[in-house]
Design a protein around this ligand. Structure first.
Ligand code: U2F
Length: 445
């Protein structure tokens, strides 16, 4: 077997929620191609592994760790709950399986790669006496505010005014306290995920290297500040441009798009974790119905039960709703004119690569910060008045992006970013060169 015949062994600890494990596995597949004599043991929960591993891989093997959920646990709607249970079980759930893998294969660990959330990676790597590589799956600005949490708290206090600008940090004057992820200046600081975020900054300064799913030219000032704080900060993305995933279009989204005019369709997806609350779904549906723009919606849940009665029938000639869509390909399709999104980092990158302006309705974590950055710093998208979806707000944003001169300006601003993203992954591009450095770290030479 190729996996256990390899001479080097890399252990990988994934974060099993949101879109974290998939970009980590993409990076590991790339590393596996570049390091033919290395086997990778990829540890995540069973649920995460079964959705991330679409096919059997030669030298990358999944191992399941305990998800930490109490017996009979029922999800009550707060996406942070399962994460906090999982983190209470970590890192013990990981180290237990890691020990079994080493015993079973007879191959000691030569390098540890983890999601950057895992501050405990620093101690595990020290104990194993191996390099630690952390993958940051979100944007540089989100990492920066976690790393500089204490400075931000000193300046604005905790639970202070929401409209205060972070003008004491370079290139942050357009960002307000309200845009910050939970746990920086407000939230339950002792909750496992938020406490882990606070430990992340000091821990990451012990990492041999941090790889990030972004490219050098996006948020360059912030990237340069991060480089000063860490041993090695390597942008190796966008992940969607460097991985070779297969396209699953079982619902015929691409054919459907081809029947539409250029830049005329609103693509809607609020990521993998949640949909807006009922009154906002209602508002968005009313806006779509009244404005009559064609729309393609990747919907988590049951549209029949959750969308207003009669909506599906009344909009069947204008809209298409699917449970899963080939998002990256959709955003590259010329018919798509705007992306109505939650502002998750992968969605932001895929929108840039497709050259599609965004309308963002953020929910949690880095999404508010991404939304504000898209709107006020990069200028290729919009937030919503009051931060939530109303019928009027959604109609205004759809009309602006799909029909107005301002919409054209948004598109003009995203185009140069698209070019920079593609340049980064060309031969000798910055992400390609950074990846070569990463290969040296991982293969220890
Ligand atoms: C968490 O992100 P999410 O999973 O909620 O959202 P994204 O980062 O935008 O990633 C969604 C991915 O799922 C893909 C899509 C993205 O790659 O192309 N997808 C798809 O292929 N088809 C569909 O129908 C729907 C989605 C978290 F919530 C965010 O705040 C973080 O920024 C993010 C990264 O750390 O993880």
């Amino acid at each position: 077997q190729a996996y256990s015949n390899a001479s080097k062994h890399v252990a990988v600890l994934a974060f099993p929620y949101g879109t974290h494990a998939a970009p980590l596995l993409n990076l590991i597949c790339q590393l596996s191609d570049a390091c033919p004599d290395t086997m990778f043991s990829f540890l995540s929960t069973q649920q995460s592994n079964s959705s991330t591993f679409q096919m059997k891989l030669d030298k990358v093997k999944p191992f399941n760790v305990w998800d930490g959920l109490p017996e009979g646990y029922v999800f009550k709607g707060n996406p942070r709950d399962p994460v906090d249970y999982f983190l209470k079980a970590a890192p013990g759930n990981f180290t237990e399986v890691l020990d079994e893998v080493v015993a079973g294969t007879g191959k000691p660990i030569d390098c540890l790669i983890t999601d950057a959330f895992y501050a405990f990676g620093a101690d595990i790597a020290d104990e194993l006496n191996v390099p630690w590589v952390a993958l940051w799956t979100a944007g540089p600005r989100a990492l920066f505010v976690h790393v500089d949490t204490d400075i931000i708290r000193q300046q604005v206090g905790t639970n202070g005014p929401q409209d205060k600008a972070l003008d004491f940090l370079p290139d942050f004057s357009a960002i307000r306290v309200a845009d910050l992820p939970d746990g920086i200046t407000s939230g339950e600081f002792d909750a496992p995920l938020l406490a882990l975020f606070h430990k992340m900054g000091p821990a990451l300064s012990r990492a041999t290297a941090i790889a990030a799913n972004s490219y050098e030219d996006l948020d360059n000032t912030v990237v340069n500040m991060l480089k000063l704080r860490f041993n090695m900060y390597l942008n190796v993305g966008p992940s969607n441009l460097v991985s070779s995933s297969t396209v699953n279009d079982s619902h015929g989204c691409l054919d459907w798009l081809s029947k539409h005019e250029p830049a005329s369709v609103a693509y809607i997806s609020f990521g993998t974790v949640m949909e807006p609350p009922p009154q906002e779904l209602q508002a968005l549906c009313e806006a779509l119905e009244e404005s009559e723009f064609p729309f393609l919606w990747s919907f988590r849940g049951s549209p029949e039960k959750q969308l207003p009665s009669g909506f599906l029938e009344r909009t069947s000639s204008k809209g298409k709703i699917v449970p899963w869509a080939p998002q990256q390909k959709i955003l590259e399709h010329p018919s798509v004119g705007v992306f109505v999104s939650h502002g998750g980092w992968n969605s932001v990158l895929e929108s840039i690569c497709g050259g599609v302006p965004m309308i963002c309705r953020p929910f949690f974590g880095d999404q508010g910060l991404n939304t504000r950055t898209v709107e006020a710093i990069w200028g290729f998208g919009l937030g919503l008045e009051g931060g939530t979806l109303t019928k009027e707000g959604a109609m205004k944003a759809l009309k602006l992006t799909l029909r107005s001169q301002q919409g054209k300006q948004l598109r003009d601003r995203i185009r140069p970013q698209k070019e920079l993203a593609y340049n980064a992954v060309k031969p000798n591009g910055s992400s390609v060169e950074n990846f070569k450095t990463l290969v040296k770290v991982v293969s220890n030479n």
